[in-house]
Design a protein around this ligand. Structure first.
Ligand code: GLN
Length: 304
């Protein structure tokens, strides 16, 4: 029997004094306030005790990790119709890349790059009566935690500087792949990205993807086939132009965000969350990638 707490303690010890911690995101000015020294890990097994170490209890901006939660809600509304407006192929490009979108006539490569996530946001704005409040309630619900909230300063900060997202949304609109107006959709998208959760809350929110669609309160939110598809998209597209590297090093479906969080999971086994705000050149948490590589190597738990 593996002692998971000892494993994550060892990994935290190995990495916590690392000199090379990457660079904290600054293109959203509010994110630059995060300390590159923060480092936390939280492991939630499907059966068994939670384990945690370091700064697992500090809320951070989940940014692109929210795209998976938004997708899971959009799929409940539109099921397979979603795939008429967004594809499921890895893009091999950075998260905010635009030229493929033009070439491919406004159909984003997948729902986890920004353009794809903006289409998903459009779907939610269409279906939800009070989009920001209703989406927040959904996340609170699946995480079983009603203290979760948006960080309004982060949302505003991206609203002021998210020029490439405005460009993506206008391009989508020009190809008739955005039904609502650009400002409304982006206001929703910037709030979605500005959700603040700690490692434990995030592990709880993602529990349903490791538990055949049932959230921590045992409510069935997604069918098995929907969970299979979302996990496949995380594996192939969750780390943008580093998705291959993440599969190669870690071997789990997962999703990163420029706030420095990474969620990864092994279906029917566990959800693991790391948070360290320093990013590598591809915009993924540098220590988080290393910690997860060590985790799956030491425990021999990966989908491969
Ligand atoms: N809100 C960020 C953006 O749109 C999310 C990017 C990310 O986390 N990779 O640029």
């Amino acid at each position: 029997m593996i002692n998971f707490q000892n494993v994550i303690n060892d990994i935290h010890n190995n990495l916590k004094s690392s000199e090379n911690r990457g660079v904290v995101a600054s293109y959203i000015p509010e994110l630059e306030k995060q300390s590159a020294k923060s480092f936390g890990i939280f492991l939630k097994p499907i059966n068994g005790e939670n384990c945690h170490v370091g700064d697992w209890n500090t809320p951070f901006s989940i940014q692109s990790i929210s795209k998976v939660l938004a997708l899971s809600k959009a799929i409940v509304f539109e099921n397979n119709k979603v795939w008429q407006r967004v594809d499921v192929e890895p893009s091999g490009n950075p998260f905010n890349h635009l030229s493929l979108l033009e070439l491919e006539k406004g159909i984003p490569r997948n729902p986890l790059i920004n353009a794809g996530a903006i289409v998903i946001a459009d779907i939610l704005v269409t279906h939800l009566k009070h989009p920001k409040q209703d989406f927040l309630d959904y996340v609170r619900n699946i995480a079983g935690d009603h203290t979760i909230n948006y960080n309004l300063d982060v949302a505003k900060s991206e609203q002021n500087t998210g020029f490439k997202n405005f460009a993506a949304a206008h391009l989508l609109k020009s190809f008739k792949n955005l039904n609502n107006d650009v400002d409304t959709v982006l206001d929703f998208y910037f709030h979605q990205c500005a959700l603040e959760l700690n490692c434990k809350q995030l592990a709880n929110a993602f529990y349903l993807f490791a538990n055949a669609g049932k959230c921590i309160n045992n409510k069935q939110h997604l069918s098995l086939i929907q969970v299979k598809r979302i996990n496949a998209i995380m594996l192939t597209c969750g780390f943008y132009d580093e998705a291959g590297e993440f599969a190669f090093e870690v071997g789990l479906p997962g999703k990163s965000g420029v706030g420095g969080g990474i969620v990864a999971l092994l279906p029917s086994n566990f959800v693991i969350v790391t948070w360290s705000p320093g990013l590598n050149a591809k915009g993924n948490s540098l220590l988080g990638m290393q910690a997860l590589e060590q985790f799956t190597t030491k425990t021999k738990r990966s989908i491969f």
